[in-house]
Design a protein around this ligand. Structure first.
Ligand code: XMP
Length: 522
């Protein structure tokens, strides 16, 4: 399989280089500069990323390019371009010609990197240092008003460098430049499609797992579902999935999802364990304590179920690429990752080997693979749902009574979103129009507040709960903005909830973005 290696010097936008290449159906891997992989025949080219550091700094990130430069196609971006200049006979200085933001670049010489790109186009700059002298053998291929050496090529080698960031949206022809690099310069065939991914993964899983038994925890979410179907293709009945009913799921969710899984031919054990979770939550109202109680109970239940499956050797997980990059990035594991997102402690406790068939995929690629595997759209475009479920959407202590109220209100909200037409882009499939309001939203849900307030219904005074609705748009859950739901939608919805759900007499809509708020309330 042909691939491009991206060496990460710590730029905020390194992941975007990977995204852009994947959009071109080119397989690529991002590695921290200090953990560069062995280069084999599959590697068609290398990209050096940007960095917040200065090449002149004392602890400037350094990588030995002995096996790469002049031997493989190489593209330096921003810090990468300065790195190539600084270490190969050029000069980098902190000069007056620093640039941040938009700049216009003019092509100065014929180059395969700029094939098909207008003479002048907008690029995105972000640099304090400037390349004041090119490295040995280099010629300028692009300049901006302020920076002469905005792009260069080292003659006699397939080494190119650009001071700007072609990976960001604001570099007008950046995607074309990256395409030129991988296709014209590296010779990639752009054949890495969902179908080819499925074919190679199934073959790899077959040879890796042989006749071993594998256990996988299904959550009803996209990642674990796609992982399960892929594994099922590879090893069939040797895969057993465990779907835990923690008693905190949405209305009819356990039954509906279990049925879809059975329709797909998956071998699923449904573990109804609601009582254990509710017992563990009794009297607990602190959010962190609630999360811990739910997490611990999940591990106990899963472990007990898994032990019923004799001879299992592997635990499959739906880990995806952003989790992998985050946890081994140049800057160390990101502080924004929450340990509770993974079922921490489970693998050690169970003494099983780990298999993660989706660890090279971005979220939208997981969805594309899921579609290519024939998984129902309903499951593929489901909104994310947190592991601790409604347990963290009932603020304060969780009780059966509150769960029943929240399930009803939430079902009305979600159904209405699914039945409300809209003309916006889909949140689950780039480039497609949404089929309804639900599909245009990244995530929506209902919270039950521990607050009761006075109302009047008919001629009677009521004293009931308040629920809060939340709908956000996001790309990865790290940042999010609230959705401008139509007023007539909100008006109908609040009437419906208050009329139909006993126990609620007030509905609010959450208009906080993340940051400073978070998506979940607890
Ligand atoms: P926050 O509340 O941190 O949520 O803004 C960001 C995204 O993560 C989901 N989330 C979780 N997912 N286990 C999960 O699997 C969890 O404990 C958990 N907590 C939050 C949340 O629904 C949103 O999509």
């Amino acid at each position: 399989m042909e691939k491009i290696i991206i060496l990460d010097f710590g730029s905020q936008v390194t992941q975007l280089i990977g995204r852009r290449l994947r959009e071109l159906n080119v397989y690529c891997e991002i590695h921290p500069f200090n953990k560069a992989p062995q280069l084999d025949a599959e590697v068609k080219g290398v990209i050096l990323s940007g960095s917040p550091a200065s090449v002149r700094g004392e602890n400037a990130p350094f990588v030995d390019l002995g096996e790469i430069k002049g031997k493989l196609p190489l593209l330096g971006i921003c810090y990468g371009a300065q790195f190539l200049a600084y270490h190969y006979g050029g000069m980098v200085e902190n000069s007056d010609s620093r640039e941040y933001g938009r700049a216009m670049m003019s092509v100065k010489a014929d180059s395969p990197l700029f094939e098909g790109i207008p003479q002048t186009s907008q690029v995105w700059m972000s640099h304090g240092d400037t390349i004041t002298r090119l490295p040995e053998g280099a010629v300028v291929i692009g300049s901006t008003d302020d920076v002469d050496n905005a792009a260069y090529h080292i003659e006699g080698e397939e080494t190119y460098a650009v001071q700007f960031h072609p990976e960001v949206f604001h570099s007008e022809y950046g995607a074309e430049m990256l395409k030129n690099f991988v296709v014209r310069i590296c010779g990639c065939s752009c054949s890495w499609t969902p179908d080819s991914f499925i074919e190679t993964s199934v073959a790899e899983l077959k040879s890796k797992l042989g006749d071993d038994k594998v256990i996988l925890g299904l959550s009803g979410g996209v990642d674990s579902t796609v992982a399960a179907v892929l594994l099922n293709r590879a090893i069939g009945a040797n895969l057993t999935c465990i779907f835990v009913d923690n008693g905190l799921l949405r209305k009819n969710e356990f039954e509906d999802v279990l049925e879809s899984y059975q329709d797909m031919g998956l071998n699923v054990v449904g573990a109804r364990s609601g009582k254990l979770f509710l017992d563990a939550l009794k009297g607990v109202s602190d959010p962190e304590q609630k999360r811990k109680a739910i997490g611990k109970t999940f591990i106990d239940v899963f472990d007990a179920e898994a032990h019923k499956i004799s001879g299992a050797k592997w635990l499959a997980q739906g880990t995806i690429y952003p989790d992998v990059i985050e946890s081994c990035s140049v800057n160390g594991p990101s502080a924004t990752i929450k340990s509770h997102h993974n079922v921490g402690g489970l693998p050690e406790k169970m003494n099983l080997k780990i298999v993660e068939p989706l660890r090279s995929l971005f979220k939208d690629e997981v969805r594309r693979v899921g579609r290519a595997l024939g998984i129902k759209e309903e499951l593929i475009s489901r909104h994310p749902f947190p592991g601790p479920s409604l347990g963290i959407r009932i603020l304060g202590e969780v009780t059966e009574e509150k769960l029943a109220i929240l399930r009803e209100a939430d079902a009305i909200f979600i159904n209405k979103l699914k039945n409300w037409p809209c003309d916006l882009p889909s949140a689950s499939e780039p480039g497609r129009r949404a089929s309804n309001l639900y599909d245009s939203i990244w995530q929506a849900g209902t919270m039950l507040l521990p607050v009761r307030s006075v109302g009047v219904m008919g001629d009677e005074r009521t004293y009931e709960y308040t629920c809060a609705l939340r709908a956000v748009i996001s790309t990865d859950g790290m940042t999010a903005d609230w959705v401008h739901l139509p007023y007539d939608f909100l008006a109908e919805l609040s009437n419906e909830i208050i009329n139909k759900v006993r126990g609620v007499n007030r509905v609010c809509y959450d208009i906080s973005s993340k940051p400073p708020a978070t998506i979940e309330w607890e």
